[in-house]
Structure formats: structure tokens, C-alpha cells
Design a protein around this ligand. Structure first.
Ligand code: LMR
Length: 397
């Protein structure tokens, strides 16, 4: 019956975590998966999260009733404020359909399935490079997946003109997956002025933007990192936003995320919401409760929200500090090498440009794990391991 089932070659990110866990070396360093570690090398438990958990009445925590297909109403409201801003007309005008999802991946999957039902012959475009699962999810939903130019290998920044000209050449109603901040895997982001230009191209060309935000607050700040989302909204564009609370709440295994679809008006949003619910129903019926209850109890409480913003700020600053230290140490040891990209790129990741062979040498010889494409998770560096990582890098560049 299963003779034709081919072996799973492994996921480019999750298989490395398995390999890392199986590695017996005590000085191994995991800079592969996008997880934020504190300076002690632990996945932090945020104070705002602990406080929110304590605030939930026991009967809420133990209630086993199903949530609605679209998730917790409070959570959905909190997501809209976080993404679109306190003063957002979008939230007030009810033209956004938001559902709670199984993390950011779940939001992408529901969004992709929904899109495939209504735009089956569209092509989904992802940035070159992108998070591998973007390709997997849109392909899995039935789309042809293609790439638009994004990363400029020479400057280690964005090839903005290339990106624009690829978008101008796309057919109407092409789906374009964008990273509003902290681009994964390159760490190279657009400036606000570039986003403004891009928004007008989307308007002119009638493309379908799908903004995937997993790191709001890890770049320049929680509000600053929402610039692209708010620019699309201000311009009256219809678009999708998938967002994740895994990293910014350090709640990876709770699988908390959301999908928001910005529509023309409240009536359209109501119809879209109905079809999103139907998509959820035939995928997994309804989402889990605890993580979303915690996130709502943080976002909707002024004091906890304030503490959480501070905690995100500290994570952001620690990542920035590690970028600087790694750059300084490597450049001090190898003055002919320019690692300025480490401090100009933003968010959890930097794209080193190292070949697969060199990445393998780092893993084999030093127990330092990067992704095969050369992505380094800066948020895995600590003051204890950064010197060793620098030494390892110096040996391969
Ligand atoms: C990553 O890019 O490493 C993270 O988003 C984790 C994942 O699920 O791939």
C-alpha cells in the first residue's frame, strides 16, 4: 500500500533542530531556528505573560469547551489594534476580517486556501530569498509559486529596483508575499519611503498583497515595524496580514497567530469572515484557547501591555547588541573583512552569504548551527557563546 511513499528529506529548518538536539558536544550553538534566547541561552518567560496567566480565572483555564471557528473575540480585537494602531479607522469601520489561527503558519495556510478558492489561476510570488515554508504553504494550497527579486548579494541589502520591476511585470491579481519588517532570512528591510512606492505599484497593478509579520517589535519598534501594514491600509488597498505571537510573546508551542483580511467595507468583511471560518472548519475546526487568552490578557490590559512593550524593547536591544559584538570581534580578528551588514540588517536574522560547504564546516568543526542557506539567527548569540561563534566564522570566511 505504501511502497510509493517517498522518504521525507527533512525540513530545512526543523531537521537542523533535530540534528542540534542529537549533537552531544557541550559547546554547540544553535543559530539555526528563529527562536529568541536570553543572554543565559534560555527561551525566556516574559513577566507580562506570567502575570496574564495568573490573572486568568481557573475556570477559564480548565474550561474545555470549543472556541468558535474564528477564535476568541477579545483576541481578534486586540490583534487589530496591534496591527493597525489605536486610532485605526480600519478597526472602527469594521472592514477587517480577523481570525485567530494556529500560529503564523496557520494564518498563511488559511489565507492561501481561501485565496485558492477565489483566485485559482493566480501565481503566488515570494521574495528571493524567503522563509522556505512560504513556498511550501502556497504550493500546498495549489498555487504555482514564483519569486521576485529581493536580496542584493553585493550590498547585502534590498534590490529595490529589481523588486519593483518584477512587480510591474506581474499579471493582475498575482499574490505577493511580503515581509513588513525583519525580513526572514535576510534581515534586509525596505525603508518607509520604499514601502510608499510599493503601495502605489500594488494599487496600479491590482496585485494581492499578503503581508506576513512574525517579528513586530524586533526591528525598530512595535509601532515602527507596522509601517508597511498601515501604509497599505491608509491607501485603501485590500490585503492580507498573517501575524504570529510565537517570538514576540515567547509562546512558541502555544501556536498563537492571526489572519486579518482588509476589505472594502463592513459588509464585504462579513462575507470574507464567513468564508475564512468555513476554511478553518474544514482544516481543523477551531483553534486552541490558552495562548490566545494569555495574549489578550496582555494586550488588552494597559499595565501588562506597557510591561510587554518594555520586554520586547529589551529583546530588540539585546539582539542589536549581539550584532555589534559579533561584528566587532570578527572585524578585529580579520580587518580586511567587512561585516557592516550585521549591524545594518534588522530583526532576528542575518544573511551571511556563506556557502553550504562553509555552513557545513561550521557545524561539523565547531558545532555552530546556521541554516544551509547561510542564515544566522542573531537572537541565539549570548555573551557566553559569541566569542566562540566569532572564532568559528573567522575560520571559514
Ligand atoms: C524560522 O524561520 O526559523 C522560524 O520562523 C521557525 C520556523 O517555524 O521555521
Amino acid at each position: 500500500m505504501f511502497e510509493h511513499v517517498e522518504p521525507f528529506p527533512g525540513d530545512p529548518i526543523l531537521s537542523l533542530v533535530e540534528a542540534f538536539n542529537a549533537d552531544a558536544r557541550h559547546d554547540k550553538v544553535n543559530l539555526s531556528i528563529g527562536i529568541y534566547y536570553d543572554n543565559e541561552g534560555r527561551i525566556p518567560t516574559l513577566g507580562s505573560v506570567v502575570d496574564a496567566e495568573r490573572s486568568l480565572p481557573e475556570r477559564v483555564l480548565t474550561s474545555a469547551a470549543y472556541l468558535p471557528m474564528d477564535g476568541l473575540a477579545d483576541f481578534r480585537k486586540a490583534v487589530q489594534v496591534l496591527l493597525f494602531g489605536d486610532e485605526s479607522l480600519v478597526a472602527e469601520s469594521q472592514r477587517v476580517a480577523t481570525i485567530q489561527t494556529l500560529g503564523g503558519s496557520g494564518a498563511l495556510k488559511v489565507g492561501a486556501d481561501f485565496l485558492h478558492r477565489y483566485f485559482p489561476s493566480s501565481t503566488a510570488f515570494v521574495s528571493d530569498y524567503t522563509w522556505d515554508n512560504h513556498v511550501g504553504i502556497f504550493h500546498g494550497a495549489g498555487f504555482k509559486v514564483d519569486r521576485y527579486r529581493y536580496f542584493d548579494k553585493l550590498s547585502k541589502g534590498v534590490d529595490f529596483e529589481g523588486m519593483l520591476s518584477d512587480m510591474l511585470a506581474m499579471r493582475e491579481q498575482s499574490i505577493v508575499v511580503l515581509h513588513p519588517c525583519c525580513h526572514n532570512p535576510t534581515g534586509a528591510d525596505l525603508t518607509p519611503a520604499q514601502w510608499d512606492r510599493l503601495v502605489s505599484v500594488f494599487q496600479e497593478r491590482n496585485l494581492i498583497p499578503f503581508l506576513d509579520v512574525a517579528y513586530q517589535g524586533f526591528g525598530d519598534g512595535i509601532e515602527e515595524d507596522a509601517y508597511a501594514i498601515r501604509a497599505f491600509e491608509r491607501a485603501g488597498v485590500k490585503f492580507f496580514v498573517s501575524n504570529s505571537f510565537s517570538k514576540i510573546f515567547s509562546l512558541y508551542n502555544e501556536r498563537v497567530g492571526a489572519l486579518s483580511v482588509v476589505c472594502k467595507d463592513a459588509e464585504e468583511a462579513e462575507r470574507v469572515l464567513g468564508q475564512l471560518k468555513s476554511t478553518v472548519r474544514i482544516n481543523y475546526s477551531s483553534p486552541p484557547a490558552t495562548g490566545a487568552r494569555i495574549v489578550s490578557a496582555v494586550l488588552l490590559d494597559a499595565e501588562r501591555n506597557r510591561v510587554w512593550r518594555q520586554e520586547v524593547g529589551l529583546m530588540r536591544e539585546r539582539i542589536r547588541g549581539m550584532r555589534q559584538v559579533l561584528r566587532d570581534v570578527v572585524e578585529a580578528k580579520k580587518p580586511d573583512v567587512d561585516l557592516s551588514y550585521l549591524t545594518s540588517q534588522s530583526g532576528m536574522f542575518s544573511f551571511t552569504g556563506l556557502s553550504r560547504e562553509r555552513v557545513e564546516m561550521l557545524r561539523e568543526d565547531w558545532g555552530v548551527y546556521l541554516l544551509g542557506n547561510g542564515r544566522l539567527c542573531v537572537a541565539g548569540l549570548t555573551t557566553q557563546n559569541v566569542l566562540r561563534v566569532a572564532e568559528a566564522l573567522v575560520s571559514v570566511i
